[in-house]
Design a protein around this ligand. Structure first.
Ligand SMILES: [Zn+2]
Ligand SMILES: [Zn+2]
Ligand SMILES: [Zn+2]
Length: 198
């Protein structure tokens, strides 16, 4: 089976986590470009066969960072994380698809929370923070899945609730995030199950 490597970053324009994959073979042969769906940011990868040169839009500081990593680091094993020099936090991951996806979910959650520092972004910031961090914990123990069998999902933060959407079948689970009761209800759940579309 051909080995596939993924790249992930946070789009500074629309805030979405961007994920793209290429085969290891294609990567060692030519440049690659991973674009955000919104079309306003892109990650560029170039190689001379020994090293990879990455240009990454940074969703944390809004700038763009360049990094060089060795071909063997990028093409084999778990992969590499690149840190934003401004915020000192990882802003890009490249490597094994599973690893990259997991890290990007964490990153997207964290960035959302930081964005929520803007007062008024949500009706009740504190509750939304708590709901998101609770969600993160449930996700970290692999407790989120869909009845269709998929464990991949997207998180959308809305004004007073959070929607989990199954990446596979599009099934939805809405979690209210407006009151203390909403938080209590979430905290006592070990698992969350998205009702899949049959
Ligand atoms: Zn975007
Ligand atoms: Zn940065
Ligand atoms: Zn599903």
């Amino acid at each position: 089976m051909e080995e596939v490597r993924s790249f992930g970053y946070l789009c500074p324009q629309c805030g979405k986590a961007v994920l793209g994959s290429r085969s290891a073979f294609a990567l060692s042969a030519a440049a690659a470009r991973i674009e955000c769906e919104c079309g306003r940011s892109e990650l560029d990868v170039e190689t001379d066969g020994v090293k990879f040169h990455l240009r990454v839009p940074c969703g944390l500081c809004g700038g763009e960072h360049e990094a060089v990593c060795r071909a063997d680091e990028l093409l084999r094993g778990r992969g590499v994380g690149l840190a934003c020099p401004e915020t000192k936090q990882l802003c890009c991951y490249a490597g094994a698809p599973e690893e990259v996806r997991r890290h990007m979910e964490e990153l997207a959650l964290r960035a959302r929370k930081e964005k929520a520092d803007d007062p008024g972004a949500f009706t009740d910031n504190v509750i939304m923070y708590e709901v998101l961090s609770e969600l993160k914990e449930i996700a970290a123990r692999g407790g989120i899945s869909c009845t269709c069998g998929s464990r991949e999902y997207r998180i959308q933060v809305r004004r007073m609730c959070v929607d989990l959407t199954c990446a596979h079948c599009g099934g939805k689970l809405r979690l209210d995030a407006a009151t203390d009761e909403d938080l209590d209800r979430l905290c006592c759940q070990m698992r969350l199950t998205i009702r899949g579309k049959a």
